[in-house]
Design a protein around this ligand. Structure first.
Ligand SMILES: Cc1cc2nc3c(=O)[nH]c(=O)nc-3n(C[C@H](O)[C@H](O)[C@H](O)COP(=O)(O)O)c2cc1C
Length: 209
């Protein structure tokens, strides 16, 4: 297998969160390949503590939207000032049109009774969003604080913990994507040398934020 590392890096850099979607249907095989990628993630003791629930379009979606918006109103009100400023700057409001109209909403749950469930679920989500990007699909890692009533609404086990509700589809081409620069290894990697001294990592490769 020859995957050019440059292609992999380009894919990671190209993926952006999208909050507005066209009505174009998602090809089921593309979504399924992304689900397969999600399920290839490593997990503590290989317990695979994730459960993916695909919520199709239909009347259920307005109810899901209500749950999400209610949760977000509370979250925005309780947010610290810096986060409120981030939301304002990026025009993120509790209005969640995508919950009603994205072709799919994928609710990702974690099985809390299993060891390392939280870490494992999030590794799986990372695989999922990057695999969607590979398929030319778009998504948003959306994390409303939903109550157990949401589990009831979907008819899933009440012990599962909803970690994310990801809209999946084709992003509106007109959506303005503000830059979200990343810091590279020069700032975010560190070295402890053989004598036990913590040092900055000495980065050599070009890094595009
Ligand atoms: C754990 C996690 C939680 C997030 N929660 C939300 C959310 O609730 N609402 C939202 O609009 N974006 C959410 N995001 C998206 C981030 O704002 C976004 O990934 C970040 O600003 C980087 O932008 P990018 O994804 O376009 O590269 C979340 C991302 C992560 C990884």
């Amino acid at each position: 297998m020859n995957i050019d590392p440059a292609d992999f890096h380009a894919l990671l850099r190209r993926r952006r969160s999208r909050r507005f979607f066209t009505s174009r249907d998602v090809e089921p095989e593309k979504l399924e390949r992304a689900l397969i990628a999600a399920m290839r993630a490593p997990s503590g003791a290989n317990t695979q503590p994730w459960e993916y629930v695909l919520i199709e379009r239909g009347p259920i979606r307005e109810k899901v939207r209500e749950f999400c918006e209610k949760a977000d109103v509370k979250f925005h009100e309780a947010s610290p000032d810096w986060l409120k400023a981030f939301f304002d700057d990026h025009m993120i409001t509790p209005v969640k049109e995508f919950a009603a109209n994205a072709p799919y909403l994928v609710a990702v749950f974690g099985r809390r009774d299993l060891p390392f469930w939280l870490q494992s679920v999030w590794l799986s989500v990372a695989n999922f969003i990057n695999a969607l990007e590979l398929e030319g699909l778009h998504s948003l890692t959306y994390t409303p604080s939903l109550t157990r009533d949401f589990n009831k609404l979907l008819g899933v086990d009440e012990s599962w913990s909803c970690q994310a509700v990801l809209p999946v589809g084709y992003g509106e081409p007109d959506e303005e994507l503000k830059p979200r620069p990343r810091k590279g290894p020069a700032e975010k990697a560190h070295v402890v040398d053989g004598e036990g001294n913590l040092k900055p990592y000495d980065a050599h490769l070009p890094f595009e934020p």
